[in-house]
Write a protein that binds this ligand. Structure first.
Ligand code: FES
Ligand SMILES: [Fe+2]
Length: 444
């Protein structure tokens, strides 16, 4: 679904703050396994879920499998060019048709007794069909289909046949994000890390910057954790966190650039040694430098403001998606529940790079290629290898390692008789808002 952008630039206006009260947020929802089943009924099957990237079903025959709690969902592109989503289950005796991951195939064949479907979900072949006295009616035995749509280069699926259209569900978020032109971005990293916490604690930690002082002390020197705008858009939300300016706690009287910031600027190719300004003018200088570099790197920032080039525009889509938007890169976090353990989750992280327009070419036999390869003139083919590991087995980078470590100890703490519920600040109102909507869905 590629609507004409409503805004030339992403609006930065502050949204009004609804009164969501000040009550404690109960914590049994993070630790009691009974909530997993309830969330399956009330949240996961009643919302639109981002299930994967369109580049993984770019060509007819491509497919991928997405798993969420007890459900496994198979997304295909058939010869008619349509992307469809099906429950990934054989209509004979229930075997799963495809394992998690992505690939390309001519048809969907069950490994148990070789029932076979076309990529559009219609029956192709049932061995010994004459031996079924009740018949093998093809309508009845087609793969059960789910609501499926695309937006922003992603495939979204809902198990609720009655749900509002995706574009209405995304609401203002889709309008705000259109200028980023996700469809033109290139998937360069795809990881799933099993974390030792409930999926909601992960949504929570990425909803505020209050934890930066405790969890990411280095980041305070390159990003402002205090002057962060929080916007609530119904069930979705945003923060805008300025970068290239330290926390007010770390701006000295001379306004000089600190060493951590200087190293960060160098790592990004900013000519820090010849920079004559101070920390108060740095964001403007960085934006100007990024724009100047586009003559060389071919990136198109014409739809992004200087603020967007020098801040983290951070959107949460209910229930479990986080878009971290920078000018040249997007980090997509999906906070996915573990299928059996309320104290674990899957942290899915996809990184997309902005590349020169018209030069993204991904998808032919996606999954068959381990790493994307430059084919000259910036043309790129293939997709990055999908990685899976558990927290502690390898690093996910300093920031995420710090978050994962804190979330593991928080998850333990939430089990304590001494924990009476979250006591949230005004800054943390995206968390309060998330729980307001979580409760609304759970009570529905
Ligand atoms: S379970 Fe799939 S063919 Fe029998
Ligand atoms: Fe964090």
């Amino acid at each position: 679904m590629n609507e004409m952008p409503k805004f030339k630039f992403t609006p930065a206006d502050k949204a009004p703050d609804p009164d969501l009260g000040t009550d404690r947020i109960p914590v049994d929802r993070y630790v009691d396994p009974a909530f997993m089943e309830l969330e399956d009924k009330k949240i996961w099957s009643k919302t639109w879920l981002l299930v994967g990237a369109v580049c993984d079903v770019a060509e007819p025959g491509d497919y991928f499998v997405f798993e969420n709690l007890r459900e496994s969902i198979l997304v295909t592109r058939a010869d008619d060019g349509e992307i469809r989503a099906f429950y990934n289950v054989c209509q004979h005796r229930g075997n799963q048709l495809k394992p998690e991951g992505c690939g390309a195939t001519d048809s969907l064949v069950c490994a148990f007794h070789r029932w076979e479907w076309n990529m559009d979900g219609t029956v192709k072949n049932i061995p010994e069909a004459h031996d079924f006295p009740q018949g093998t009616p093809h309508d009845e035995l087609a793969l059960p289909q789910l609501r499926c749509d695309t937006w922003g280069g992603f495939v979204w699926v809902s198990m609720d046949p009655e749900i509002e259209p995706l574009i209405d569900y995304l609401g203002v978020v889709a309008e705000h994000l259109a200028p980023y032109e996700f469809d033109d971005m290139l998937l360069v990293s795809d990881e799933t890390v099993e974390w030792d916490c409930n999926w909601k604690t992960s949504v929570d930690i990425f909803s505020e910057t209050y934890h930066v002082r405790g969890v990411h002390p280095e980041s305070e020197y390159i990003a402002d954790d205090v002057n962060v705008q929080m916007d609530l858009y119904g069930r979705h939300s945003r923060f805008i966190s300025p970068m290239y300016i330290p926390s007010p706690r770390h701006i000295g009287d001379d306004k000089a650039i600190n060493d951590i910031m200087a190293d960060y600027l160098k790592s990004e190719g900013f000519p820090v040694d010849s920079y004559t300004g101070d920390v108060t003018t740095l964001r403007d200088a960085v934006a100007a430098h990024k724009r100047a570099m586009t003559a060389e790197n071919g990136l198109d920032f014409s739809n992004l403001t200087d603020d967007q080039l020098t801040a983290d525009y951070h959107y949460n889509v209910f229930p479990n998606i986080t878009f971290n938007l920078f000018g040249e890169q997007m980090w997509v976090f999906r906070h996915r529940p573990h299928p059996t353990d309320v104290n674990k989750m899957y942290f899915d992280r996809m990184i997309f790079n902005r590349v020169p327009k018209g030069e993204v070419k991904v998808g032919a036999n996606a999954g068959a290629v381990d790493l994307f390869v430059e084919l000259g003139d910036g043309v790129v083919e293939g997709r990055p290898e999908r990685k899976f590991y558990k927290y502690g087995e390898q690093s996910s980078g300093l920031l995420l390692d710090q978050d994962a470590s804190c979330l593991a100890t928080t998850q333990k703490g939430l089990h304590s008789r001494g924990m009476k519920g979250y006591w949230l600040s005004f800054h943390e109102r995206r968390i309060r808002n998330f729980h307001h909507w979580w409760e609304k869905y759970m009570d529905a």
